[in-house]
Design a protein around this ligand. Sequence first.
Ligand code: SF4
Length: 339
Amino acid sequence: MGAEERDRDGSIAALKKVAAQFAVSVTPHLQAQIDPADPKDPIARQFLPDAAELVTYEHERTDPIGDEAHSPVAGIVHRYPDRVLLKLVNVCPVYCRFCFRREMVGPGSKGLGAEQLDSAIDYIASHPAIWEVILTGGDPLIVSPRRLKEVIERLNAIPHLGVIRIHSRVPVVDPARVNDEMVAALKSSDKAVWLLLHANHAREFVPEAVAAIRRLVDAGIPVLGQSVLLKGVNDSPAALTDLFRAMVANRVKPHYLHHGDLARGTSHFRLSLEEGRQLMRRLRGHTSGLLQPTYILDIPGGHGKVPVGPAYAEPCEDGSWTITDPWGCSHRYDDPAMG
Ligand code: SF4
């Protein structure tokens, strides 16, 4: 056996080990987007397993954002007073290699059974402080339009709910799912239904994906974008600018840019907070205000999300402020309202 064959066998064995630990799936739609000749293909990097996933560190966690500690009943995560996550399913059409719930999602994971769904909805109905329900998972748009409609109708009947939010990657990874029935299911509520689209690279906005987003937006469903800052995918000013321009040009407002969570086997995607802040500073100075998401850290252990982007205003001892402009120059600001 030659060195090349040994290497190939070694890589295949490593990939089998990765697949034994973390779910792998790529939709035919995404497969068609991957350029096999490009070793830096940003679609391949996000979805194809990599031997680097076998490298884990003590600071990495199986439940990086502490879902378990805030789960009063199966399927519900209640971390903030006015909103809950409702994890309808634990499966996705694709499995992102940096997924923060990678230990919980996958084809072997069970979604909510009928009784568990009843209990989850009873929990929401019996807590009047809950104003917003976030359907997540897994990817909630993997379920049939009929099932989605049933769930939305049950949530619609809870008077204290104001908003139903759906977190999904489906419009860009499996756009054919966003058909008329799916759009009708999303519209089957008197309450506002918002969709948060997870996309990380401008290359995800191919014509089929753009058409799926258009079906949602044209139906009156507000769409926001959420992205993860990923080394080798979008860790440059140009890649972030292209991504957020693709969103805004398709009527998707960039909402959050997440700092990568400490999921096991994801260190090859990780940047430092300072690198993330530098990128955000650069965006602020060079691109439209519409392109500015909030740079967010989900504090490990379930302590909530906070903005961690660069600060532009610092108080001074004499009561004035030092304000940094988008290009890094400082200016004194005497606040007239402070007398
Ligand atoms: S779609 Fe979401 S839940 Fe599913 S693998 Fe990707 S990041 Fe994880």
